[in-house]
Design a binder for this molecule. Structure first.
Ligand code: SAH
Length: 338
């Protein structure tokens, strides 16, 4: 078990920082949450959590409209590169491609690039999308360097899974949160002395590498990005949470078994893109979907569908836009070239 490996490692070499702990929990080659679990144990009705594309196909439909808008702004290239980071069961891209196929005004050929770490997800993503477009898998963002055309980059509930560094201030001193051992040799949180004053209470180093790729790609080859996740404008700090078998648990309780995630700091992301002189727009998921016309689309579907099916569509869309459900907590950051 990952917990035993961590305890042995800390015994041998001393405490590790939270970033290293979370990296091992998420992506340890044998025991990592995203590297070892079956897709159906992570996502969907049988898994740990349900994401927006799995709640309603109208989520992907609306994003397809956004894709068309951006594609028109690039000057309607014949080939459109679509990149999705952490595509899960591949449902979002399937809904996007399915919608694009039906929009006669959209005439480009799509090439789909998935960045995915989990082999069981990769299989599903391929199965769901290969009849709709050419699909290529990449192990990491660096492998996308070969794409030299305008690209649409989409990430839904991807950044929240990336490992985080956390800092705390106590009596004028700064510490980095780490993981060590208790007297009984169990994992426990530790404060590691920190010489520099951090810029924010939470920081995702891998996220920065990805933002850099996105920013560089859009600056050099044109394109646009759509980042959707739960999070805030500005950070809250201490947002790391763990969910195991649908219950909130301590972040050290089930390493590699529990779903670990953080609230994304959208202000940091926006500042990053602004410094690269890119244009961005930030809205709640509710506003984003309403602006794209999800309510009108729902009304049209309901007019032409039998009552039971119509109710299902209504429930799904309400879940996506209701402020008490996903509408307010989830935010959307769009990025494109000025
Ligand atoms: N976007 C999907 C799934 C979100 S779950 C949806 O909306 O349904 C997070 C996804 O990111 C999973 O597919 C997971 O396997 C993938 N993932 C997590 N960490 C990753 C990493 N470091 N590199 C590539 N993919 C990763």
């Amino acid at each position: 078990m990952l917990k035993d490996i961590l305890i042995q490692q800390i015994k041998r070499a001393g405490p590790i920082d939270l970033y290293t702990y979370m990296t091992l929990c998420q992506t340890h080659p044998i025991y990592g949450y995203y590297t070892s679990k079956k897709s159906t144990d992570i996502l969907g009705n049988t898994g740990d959590f349900v994401t927006a594309p799995e709640v309603s196909p109208l989520f992907g439909e609306m994003i397809a409209l956004w894709v068309v808008e951006r594609w028109e702004a690039f000057g309607k290239p014949d080939v459109l590169q679509l990149v999705e980071l952490g595509p899960g069961q591949g449902v979002l891209m399937q809904d996007i491609l399915y919608t694009l196929e039906r929009l006669t005004l959209f005439t480009a050929k799509c090439r789909v690039n998935f960045v995915e770490i989990n082999p069981s997800f990769q299989r599903l993503q391929k199965e769901k999308n290969q009849t709709l477009a050419e699909v290529v898998h990449h192990d990491c963002i660096r492998c996308l360097k070969g794409i030299k055309e305008p690209a649409i980059i989409i990430a839904n509930e991807f950044f929240d899974a990336l490992p985080v560094r956390q800092y705390v201030e106590q009596e004028g001193m700064w510490y980095q949160v780490g993981v060590g051992l208790s007297e009984g040799n169990d994992l426990r949180l530790f404060y590691l002395p920190q010489t520099m004053v951090p810029k924010s209470l939470e920081y995702q180093p891998d996220g920065d590498i990805i933002l850099e790729y996105i920013g560089n790609h859009i600056s050099h080859y044109n394109g646009a990005a759509l980042i959707i996740d739960y999070g805030y404008w500005g950070g809250r700090g201490d947002s790391l949470q763990a969910v195991y078998q649908h219950k909130k648990v301590g972040v050290l309780d089930h390493p590699g078994q529990a779903d670990l995630s953080v609230h994304v700091n959208f202000q940091n992301m926006a500042c990053y893109f602004e410094a690269m002189r890119l244009q961005y727009n930030f809205r709640t998921q509710r506003q984003f979907l309403i602006d794209l016309g999800i309510q009108l689309r729902l009304e049209l579907i309901c007019r032409n569908t039998e009552a039971k099916k119509a109710k299902e569509f209504q429930t799904g869309v309400m879940r996506l836009i209701d402020p008490g459900e996903m509408g307010q907590l989830f935010k959307v950051l769009e990025v494109w070239k000025r």
